[in-house]
Write a protein that binds this ligand. Structure first.
Ligand code: ADP
Ligand code: MG
Length: 616
């Protein structure tokens, strides 16, 4: 061994060890904000004021009205591993506070000038001053009306290596503000203020719901009526999901937030669960706005795996994943359905003023139709909220829920289609505007749409969406038929939990036409698939394992994919019989939107048409 590589083992000085440990918890001003707000919340504060100067590097001050600290608490709290929140390792299994490691104040005091003024007995208070040089903390008597004031200044002054990696104060300020918002989102009952250089930048009063807090804290401009609060419930978890309607979309996932037990976590699979659920409702790669607040039994979640608690190990992740994607998917499916139905009601109600260029969808051009949507969506809310309430026996998105939607229409409205069945047999010359028809077929345009005049309105029918829906409904009626594979597909899972989930679903999957068998831990063979299955081994892996979908959701996905492939496309020239048939079908569909959520038809009323050409 070359001698220079050798050095004897020795114990680091306490000061040095403390600095190293501090570095893990406190890496920038935003981390101080995070820890100090956590402390204020754990202290039961109902009001928290956060002030920063110089990006939080120069000064951070947090005032709370929580339970406060005694003189003895203050004497102890800046030493490592001092906490009032747990007593032994057993308590780690039942954490109900944001802090528990007893290292935030000691870490902050190792890398800054820290002072804490607090009282248990107002107005008598004690003030602790801690210099980062490791000198014994100084206590002096003071006065305070209640709660605690923590002041941190000259962050990393004694830690140049760390200070070098900080960004410009304006960028650090933004990070502090984002941390503040993350803390404010789940704690909607706590009034919270944030100011930079003496100027208030965010003032959040006590709110009465997650929804109100989310919109205020994130500065979301769209009307509140376009957002909903849905409830989730499982064996060892529950949750609230604040979800935007499809009329509000974003181009990325930055507005999808996941919280577990009031902490924001980076859990990609739950972001995915929301996206899976929203599939179809947000065409063209758009994303919903969603805030998921989960409460998970502390025994099933471990936050002790990340210094900043940004990641967590959740035992019941699979079940949560299912609950979230089914809730989202049921919600959007119901919303679309109710929206279509109330549209039909509108059409029937001639006394009502005609609307804008109506569409069967909720993905309408935003600015013009916001108000209408708001009304329609709030009408549908009562029903949709009900449908989104997740239970273990949750309904498949493809199956209409049994409750009657608000503004429901009766199937009698479709009876005309049955009489048409005999009037126009296939292969016979079509009486395009037979007097008995309840609509006048005008023809195909742009090789994509079918034009129809009906009830004093012009209808533009999407040929692909209609055909897709028709096939989807037919396939759905035949579910369960299966085709055997010559060579079984192989799929793998991430381990025990996924295996268990697959076993639990095996019966349902078999009913859909899948035949699967576990051959080793984490390894499965699939020897038969539903007859409409058109995917590859990877698709199967995705649908059965990775997507963590409910079996009914899997079937929906398979049928949607198969019907999409089999349907006529935009660009296909249709013969007149087929075109007429499709137009007719478009009005008889129980759900006038394609499996991906696009509307089957769009309506232009007579009055709207007249208004457009300035003929009144
Ligand atoms: P932890 O939060 O993990 O317990 P900290 O170092 O953050 O560790 O805080 C140590 C202790 O100081 C806490 O357990 C709590 O008892 C007390 N404390 C800290 N901040 C406050 C506050 N704002 N109000 C009341 N008590 C506080
Ligand atoms: Mg703490």
């Amino acid at each position: 061994m070359p001698e220079r590589l050798y050095a004897p083992v020795k114990k680091l000085s306490e000061q040095c060890a403390k600095k190293i440990a501090a570095g893990e918890v406190i890496d920038r001003p935003a981390a101080v904000i995070r820890e100090l707000i956590d402390n204020a919340l754990d202290a039961g504060a109902t009001k928290i004021q956060v002030e920063i100067d110089g990006g939080g590097i120069d000064r951070i001050r947090i005032v709370d009205n929580g339970c406060g600290m005694s003189k003895e608490d203050l004497e102890l709290c800046t030493f490592p591993h001092t906490t009032s929140k747990i007593s032994d390792a057993q308590d780690l299994l039942d954490l109900r506070t944001l802090g528990f490691r007893g290292e935030a104040l000691s870490s902050v005091s190792a890398v800054s000038h820290l002072s804490i003024t607090s009282t248990r007995n107002p107005p008598e208070a004690w003030k602790l001053r801690n210099s980062m040089l490791g000198a014994t903390p100084q206590l002096e008597a003071g006065r305070l009306n209640g709660g605690t004031i923590v002041e941190v200044s000259s962050l990393f002054e004694n830690f140049p290596a760390r200070k070098k990696f900080l960004k410009r104060p304006s960028a650090e300020s933004t990070m502090c503000k984002n941390t503040f918002i993350e803390k404010a989102l789940p704690h909607f009952k706590t009034a919270m203020n944030f100011s930079i250089q003496g100027k208030t930048v965010l003032q959040l009063p006590k709110h009465d719901s997650y929804k109100a807090r989310c919109l205020a804290a994130r500065g979301i401009k769209e009307p509140e009526t376009l957002f909903y609060e849905l409830q989730l419930l499982g064996d060892s978890f529950s949750g609230t999901l604040v979800l935007g309607s499809p009329a509000v979309s974003r181009k990325d996932s930055k507005n999808i937030f996941i919280f577990v037990n009031n902490r924001r976590i980076q859990e990609y699979s739950l972001v995915q669960a929301i996206r899976y659920g929203a599939e179809g409702a947000f065409p063209n790669g758009a994303f919903p706005i969603a805030f998921l607040f989960l409460t998970v039994d502390p025994a099933c979640v471990d936050f002790n795996i990340h210094p900043a608690k940004r990641e967590a190990r959740i035992q019941v992740l699979s079940a949560i994943h299912h609950a979230v994607s089914s809730t989202v998917s049921n919600f959007y499916t119901e919303m679309a359905r109710v929206s279509v139905h109330s549209q039909k009601e509108d059409n029937a109600d001639t006394a009502e003023a005609p609307s804008f260029f109506d569409t069967a969808s909720r993905n309408v051009s935003q600015s013009q139709t916001h108000k209408q949507n708001a009304q329609r969506f709030s009408d549908s809310l009562r029903f949709a909220e009900k449908s989104a309430f997740y239970r273990k026996d949750v309904q498949a998105p493809s199956e209409p829920l049994s409750a009657q939607p608000v503004g429901a229409y009766s199937s009698e409205q479709h009876t005309y289609s049955e009489s048409r069945e005999e009037a126009i047999p296939y292969g016979v010359d079509v009486p395009i505007d037979s007097p008995s028809a309840s609509f006048k077929f005008l023809g195909q345009v742009m090789a994509t749409f079918l034009l129809v005049e009906k009830d004093d309105s012009l209808y533009v029918i999407d040929q692909h969406a209609t055909h897709e829906r028709v096939l989807f409904d037919e396939m759905q009626a035949e579910k369960g038929a299966s085709q055997e594979l010559l060579v079984p597909y192989r799929i793998t899972t991430d381990g025990d939990e996924d295996d268990k989930a697959l076993h639990a679903q095996a019966k349902d999957l078999r009913a859909l036409g899948f035949e699967l068998e576990q051959i080793a831990p984490g390894r499965w063979h699939v020897s038969a698939v539903p007859i409409y299955w058109t995917g590859s081994e990877q698709d199967l892996q995705h649908d059965l394992v990775d997507s963590k979908k409910h079996p009914k959701g899997i079937l929906y996905h398979i049928l949607a994919r198969a019907s999409c492939r089999a349907a006529c496309k935009a660009g296909d020239i249709l013969d007149s019989v087929m075109a007429y048939r499709l137009a007719e079908k478009a009005f008889t569909l129980p759900e006038a939107f394609c499996p991906h959520g696009r509307p089957v038809w769009t309506r232009l009323s007579r009055d709207e048409l007249f208004e457009r050409v300035k003929r009144t």
